[in-house]
Design a protein around this ligand. Structure first.
Ligand code: DNO
Length: 397
């Protein structure tokens, strides 16, 4: 029988209230982390990498994936400093490779990483989930950001709904909405001000989806050949949500986009992070079929589920519940593993992590990063682990 998936857990570093000792108790063997204290685009030095690696090793775990090595905005906007930042990026890959960290996750979302309007959406059982409420995002876009041209992107009805929603918010709630949408990179507590965000938008004025794709191709051409020499597997994370928001293009949202990425620079080092939560927020994405067709390029799995709502909103459901059929997803993953085993590939144990989890039980007593409490993710991991074992044993025992 071929190997199981490698079970990993994200750790935000020493400031994460979810400790490495706790991660060990989840049964995960791998840690997914990044040097979040180093500003985006700067070099990760060997001593800093080694320090983090040793913390993980002393807890009896391994550093499986660097997530994320973020890409500097000047690369996304083809700014004049992009050569320097590409060089830094390659330098970081060299140092990671030397330390034995060979899988690197990144994304190509302009300005913001993943975006939610509500990070404490209560489910009927009292659990707290993350939600993207389309009318709230529209209210922010139209009436708080007051983005030029935004009106053209919303129907009259959507504009009215957004206005009604905005008027119903207390000052405190409005502040919370702004903070949620303007939250900076995961693993930091940074929040952009609306004015800072407007300044970023200016830089994207002449960049449409085609332009952003060109910039992504430039990055891949600069970095993938180097990654290949170093034995590093790069894996791009899809957009979350998988559609353009706030006037910013997004180009890693569909199967076509993913195909464009892998064919731009064909290489075993030019792969994908298959995030079922991000891709699953778009109804047209048939996830099990995408895994069957793109599976060979998948170097990392983020498994979670969302429930899509009629108006384009979605909230994060239990890992085995929601709009994505996680049974079919896991079956497709196991099929891919079997193909790999049969063709003699050495990467059958694809690293996977339970992505996001609800806040449950004792989770409410900790100030964890949104989506990254211990018990909610542990529940997700336990369910996914059982699903994997059940399917695999049924098919191949
Ligand atoms: C959200 C995460 C993303 C991911 C980055 C990868 O919880 O999956 O923030 O780490 O987009 O670069």
């Amino acid at each position: 029988m071929f190997n199981n998936l490698e079970q990993t857990f994200r750790w935000y570093g020493p400031s994460d209230p979810v400790t490495l000792a706790a991660i060990q108790q989840t049964g995960a063997t791998g840690v997914v982390t990044a040097l979040h204290h180093i500003p985006s685009g700067e070099l990760w030095s060997t001593p800093e990498i080694e320090k983090r690696k040793n913390m993980i090793l002393s807890a009896g775990l391994t550093w499986s994936v660097a997530e994320s090595v973020n890409i500097h905005e000047s690369i996304k906007t083809s700014g004049c400093e992009r050569d320097k930042y590409a060089e830094n990026y390659i330098g970081t890959l060299k140092n990671l490779s030397q330390a034995g960290i060979k899988t690197v996750c990144y994304n190509f979302m302009p300005v913001l990483d993943w975006t939610r309007t509500d990070i404490d959406y209560r489910l009927p059982n009292g659990a707290s989930a993350l939600r993207y409420h389309a009318p709230a995002l529209a209210a922010f876009d139209l009436y708080i950001l007051e983005r030029e041209g935004a009106y053209k992107e919303f129907s009259h009805k959507q504009q009215q709904e957004a206005k009604l929603l905005l008027d119903s918010l207390t000052t405190e709630e409005k502040k919370r909405l702004i903070n949620n949408v303007m939250a900076g990179l995961p693993g930091t507590k940074d929040v952009l001000t609306v004015d800072q965000f407007k300044a970023h938008l200016e830089k994207y004025k002449g960049i449409d989806a085609a332009g952003l794709k060109q910039n992504l191709t430039w990055f891949l051409q600069a970095v993938i050949p180097e990654a290949e020499k170093l034995g590093i597997k790069m894996c791009i994370h899809p957009d979350d949500p998988p559609f353009a928001i706030l006037g910013l293009p997004r180009v890693v949202s569909t199967e076509g986009d993913l195909l464009d990425v892998v064919s731009a620079v064909p290489s075993p080092s030019n792969g994908l992070t298959f995030c079922t939560g991000s891709l699953g927020a778009r109804a047209g994405n048939d996830l099990p079929a995408m895994i069957e067709r793109l599976g060979t390029h998948i170097h990392f799995l983020h498994l979670r589920n969302v429930t899509r709502e009629a108006d384009g909103s979605f909230f994060e459901a239990d890992h085995l519940d929601g709009s994505t059929d996680m049974y079919m997803v896991m079956r497709s993953i196991i099929n891919e593993q079997k193909r790999r085993a049969e063709s003699g590939r050495d990467d059958v144990a694809i690293p996977m992590r339970p992505d996001h989890g609800h806040k449950l039980l004792d989770d409410f007593n900790y100030n964890t990063f949104p989506g990254y409490s211990a018990i909610g993710r542990l529940k997700g991991l336990a369910e996914l682990r059982g699903l994997e074992m059940g399917i695999k044993n049924t098919l191949y025992h």
